[in-house]
Design a protein around this ligand. Sequence first.
Ligand code: THU
Length: 135
Amino acid sequence: MRAAPSPIDWEGLLQVAREAATKAHAPYSEFYVGAAILTAEGEIFSGCNVENSSYGLTNCAERTAIFTAVAKLGPKLTIRAVAVVNGRGVPCAPCGACRQVIYEFGPEATVLFRGHNDWQQCSISDLLPYGFRLP
Ligand code: THU
């Protein structure tokens, strides 16, 4: 029999995401975002948004966290959970590009973000139905 997975420490993950948001480079939007990911192995990685004067080059906090994890662990990353915060405390679900990148490494990941009423927890497949996989 397999042991049940340990419960996710969402408050700890949010705390790491909040700390990451303080590092954001967001002089254009002034919207400071932080993300923390929990791997299947129990490691935590964080990231912030990094904007650019050529706006389209901006990297979201979620992707920064995931790319940081891959740079450290290599491609065998499995994401179990993602938490996203922003400096304004307003509703902010991951953008479409980040959903696809979360799905790549965590097709069963759970994502926590500020929804319209309160914190909202969603599976990535709810956020991104029919995510793309190379056939
Ligand atoms: N942003 C993120 O970092 N994550 C999200 O989930 C949504 C948007 C950033 C990108 C940009 O730097 C700023 O928020 C405004 O769009």
